[in-house]
Design a protein around this ligand. Structure first.
Ligand SMILES: Nc1ncnc2c1ncn2[C@@H]1O[C@H](COP(=O)(O)OP(=O)(O)O)[C@@H](O)[C@H]1O
Ligand SMILES: [Mg+2]
Length: 382
């Protein structure tokens, strides 16, 4: 999209022309996919923009306006519905890939959901840095990129959504131009973090243990860990943890992540500011409850005063270029680490609930088990 800025406005919904004008309600509202054929509105091309685990992303063109768009095809399932709902809820937020239309169609006699998005023609974050050649990538630029990704996460967390799959392949640029905007996409693992009735105390007595009040912190802390890994790679070109074995995730790598074993080796890190290293340490804390929250991250001087971050030239572009044969492995490793983390954190949350011996919670559990009219009667804090 032309002339787009970081503070792009939410498009006028229901505008008479152009993609996305299907009368869908604005941000946060409940929306329904269109039931007629996507091909009535869009001309699909054979060009594959991306192949993911869940399906294909194809290039397509809006028939009336000619606008180039991207179409993600998902077979219908509760998981696919969730992806659409979460992405729809986030669409229009800052640095989030915008949804233009959603269709529910039959394809080879299977029900499908088709997400039409703005086409991110600039490609992936690290490809752009790798392609820079001689022009050095600086610490200040890294800080600006981290602020942009942080802005997207801050918006999601404020909407009670944890993305849980923030990684290089899901960070795309709008165009190849200099003023391109970096955006986050792929809500396939996003999770609502609002507490359910059992987790939400009617009152918030001061004696309730923090983990009972905030198990949703685990889901959000996945995103904070991702920010730490991405920031680390931005500053040097290689990841903080790697597997060493060619496996996507080895026992050794898992252990190093768990123990927080990583360093800031020279020469790549010798000129990087202490502020940046400190921020990485706070994001890669092994105990998820100790990691920075997104608000704390956005308030850190390295982010919040990124305009005065030193313009130190980094080794990143060179290292990415030299290690390009290993980049697919780096991506696979991050994918596996996130998958492991999601499972681990889902389990801690269940355990937390089971073992928490909170008087108020137990009373409400009993009440719910006994088919009481509503465990959350009188609770409006959902
Ligand atoms: N809006 C888009 N514009 C251009 N390419 C896209 C777009 N959305 C996704 N892609 C490409 O397709 C890939 C897979 O899409 P994604 O939504 O991440 O699906 P998956 O859930 O399969 O990972 C992305 O990594 C990217 O390369
Ligand atoms: Mg993806």
């Amino acid at each position: 999209m032309d002339g787009e800025t970081a503070e792009e406005p939410v498009p006028p919904q229901g505008a008479p022309c152009g993609p996305g004008s299907g009368g869908a309600p604005a941000l946060g509202g409940r929306r329904e996919p269109k039931k007629y054929a996507v091909t009535d509105d869009y001309q699909l091309s054979k060009q594959v923009l991306g192949l993911g685990v869940n399906g294909k992303v194809l290039e397509c063109f809006h028939r009336r306006t000619g606008q180039k768009c991207a179409l993600k095809l998902l077979y219908d399932s509760p998981k696919a519905r969730q992806e659409v709902d979460h992405h729809w809820q986030a669409s229009g937020g800052p640095h989030i890939v915008r949804i233009l239309d959603v269709y529910e169609n039959m394809h080879h006699s299977k029900r499908c959901l088709l997400i039409v998005m703005e086409c991110m023609e600039g490609g992936e974050l690290f490809s752009r840095i790798q392609e820079r050649g001689d022009q050095a990538f600086t610490e200040r630029e890294a800080a600006e990129i981290m602020r942009d990704i942080g802005t997207a996460i801050q918006f999601l967390h404020s909407q009670n959504i944890a993305h849980r799959d923030v990684k290089p392949e899901n960070l795309l640029y709008t165009s190849k131009e200099k003023d391109a905007v970096l955006k986050l996409t792929d809500f396939g693992f996003a999770k609502e973090t609002t507490q359910n009735a059992l987790q939400t105390p009617c009152y918030t007595p001061y004696y309730v243990a923090p983990e009972v009040l905030g198990p949703e912190k685990y889901d959000k802390s996945c995103d904070m860990w991702s920010l730490g890994v991405i920031m680390y790679i931005l500053l040097c070109g290689f990841p903080p943890f790697y597997s060493n074995t060619g496996q996507a995730i080895s026992p050794g790598m898992k252990r190093r992540i768990r123990l927080g074993q990583y360093g800031f080796p020279n020469p790549e890190w010798s000129e990087v500011s202490e502020d940046a290293k400190q921020l990485i340490r706070l994001l890669l804390k092994t105990d998820p409850t100790e990691r920075l929250t997104i608000t704390q991250f956005m308030n850190h001087p390295w982010i919040n005063q990124s305009m005065v971050v030193p313009q130190t030239p980094l080794h990143t572009a060179r290292v990415l270029q030299e290690d390009r044969d290993h980049w697919d492995e780096v991506k696979e490793e991050m994918t596996s680490a996130l998958a492991t983390m999601r499972v681990d954190y889902d389990q801690v949350q269940i355990k937390d609930l089971k073992t928490s011996n909170n008087r108020l919670l137990n009373k409400r559990r009993k009440k719910q088990a006994g088919g009481g009219s509503s465990a959350s009667q009188g609770c409006n804090n959902q």
